[in-house]
Design a protein around this ligand. Structure first.
Ligand SMILES: [Zn+2]
Length: 302
């Protein structure tokens, strides 16, 4: 098993003072190369996404709005500026997700240093999500018959509402979301939802997660797992109300990644959310997921 990374070499977007930590991407790129020592062989630049891939998931009218950065009822629920450069950067996330899935299938683990835009619906934007990158990537690899059955494990503190809606009628994609119940967004129905009480701590959280993954095993056999590893369940998160520590998040990542990698299943990872007091703090929490993946690589699992 090898861990391959997909990064975005985009210049830092200027969206003004905003809770969305745009700078975390550049910080992570730097740390992956300088501290983790990821070499060129495992370092891949996100490619662009084409309309065919977008339209497999998103409605044509919405794709038109997106590529033209048009204000419309379909884009207005976005909490980011409706601007060509911002939307372009987020569309690139879909290209990055496709590359990530291909790397997962080729090498065991594809790690997207971005993405996890799980609030985007087929016909509209929501939150910080213009495009459902994971759904677009799943559509693409399935169109190439590279895999058929996908399990989505979404541990971001916010429910994966867009993803749940997109795959609601699709029995070959199992959507699991473990999230804070009393938080954004308006909930959709995933195949399995675990709505958590406010302030839950590491121990009970990890117990519930393990229990849910066991129950999914009895219901669904995937040939690819997509892990949305949001770090916003952290106690200091500005948009989350759970009480996980950095160690708890790391245990969570070990639990999820270890479980599927050790079975030899290909795993794609997306960063998803994280709104620590600073982009550096957020990036440091995401590094826990990187460290968990690297530990599995060194362990020679699979
Ligand atoms: Zn989130």
């Amino acid at each position: 098993m090898e861990v391959h990374y997909v990064h975005h070499p985009v210049p830092t977007l200027d969206i003004g003072p905003h809770v969305f930590p745009v700078d975390k991407y550049a910080i992570l790129n730097d740390w992956l190369r300088s501290e983790v020592g990821v070499d060129d062989h495992r370092w891949h630049e996100a490619g662009p996404v084409d309309r065919t891939d977008l339209e497999r998931v998103h409605e044509i009218a919405y794709v038109d709005d997106l590529v033209n950065a048009r204000r419309s009822p379909r884009t207005l629920a976005s909490e980011l500026p409706i601007r060509q450069d911002v939307i372009a950067a987020f569309l690139d996330m879909a290209g990055g997700a496709i590359t990530t899935a291909e790397l997962a299938l080729d090498h065991g683990l594809g790690f997207h240093l971005g993405g996890g835009l799980h609030h985007a619906f087929a016909d509209h934007a929501e939150g910080f999500c213009y495009v459902n990158d994971v759904a677009v990537a799943i559509g693409r690899i399935r169109s190439e018959s590279r895999c058929q059955r996908v399990l989505i494990v979404d541990v971001d503190v916010h429910q994966g509402n867009g993803t749940a809606a997109i795959f609601r009628e699709d029995p070959t994609v199992f959507t699991y979301s473990i999230h804070q119940e009393n938080n954004y967004p308006v909930k959709q129905r995933s195949d399995l939802d675990r709505g958590l009480p406010d302030g839950i701590a590491d121990g009970p959280y990890l117990d519930l997660l393990a229990q849910d993954l066991d129950s999914i095993d009895a219901r669904f056999e995937p040939d690819l797992v997509w892990y949305l590893a949001g770090v916003d369940p952290h106690i200091d998160d500005q948009l989350g109300g759970l009480s996980l520590t950095a160690e708890g998040l790391r245990s969570r990542d070990d639990l999820v990644l270890g479980r599927y990698v050790q079975r030899g299943l290909p795993v794609s990872v997306s960063l998803a959310g994280g709104y620590a007091p600073s982009p550096t703090d957020t990036a440091r929490l995401h590094m826990g997921t990187v460290t968990a993946a690297e530990a599995l690589r060194r362990g020679g699992a699979g």
